[in-house]
Write a protein that binds this ligand. Structure first.
Ligand SMILES: [Zn+2]
Length: 151
């Protein structure tokens, strides 16, 4: 592939199961499935509970709060589609509700990210049906007082 070839950033393709998650993110909500039988919060979206195998799952809006479980700073894009984003932080965030998800940390310099750092969900709307769930530092200050709040 030529270096000059324009490559689109690959985007999520919602399925029947995952569509509510992606649509929720487009609307600024972090939605998680929850098992109606055992109460487990579930991510990624699935047709049944990975703990008790019940198929009775319902969607809940999560708090959006979590902590950085681990991360790395990407300084050289793996494909040309991500070249414009470097350097960026690829992280696993552990949500207050329990599940961990792969995401990006935004709203601060990559050097400022730390393991266990409190973070809060923020959203990148791509269409009516698809949004990305990203995270930014969650300080003690309120949203309106957070200078990093408008990423
Ligand atoms: Zn269950």
């Amino acid at each position: 592939m030529s270096e000059r070839e324009v490559q689109e950033r690959p985007l999520p393709r919602p399925t029947r199961i995952s569509a509510p998650f992606w649509r929720g993110a487009a609307e600024g909500k972090l939605l998680l499935q929850r098992c109606r039988r055992c109460g487990l919060f579930i991510y990624y979206p699935r047709p049944f509970c990975p703990r008790c195998l019940a198929e009775e799952l319902e969607w809940h809006e999560a708090s959006g709060r979590g902590r950085v479980y681990t991360y790395t700073v990407v300084r050289r894009a793996a494909t040309p589609a991500f070249a414009a984003m470097v350097p960026y932080v690829l992280a696993i965030v552990e949500l207050e509700e329990g599940p961990r998800l792969v995401t990006n940390i935004v709203g601060c310099r990559p050097e400022e990210v730390r393991v266990e750092m409190p973070v809060r969900a923020t959203f990148e709307r791509l269409s009516d049906e698809v949004g990305l769930v990203l995270f930014r530092p969650d300080g003690m200050e309120t949203d309106s007082a957070d200078p990093e709040g408008q990423q």
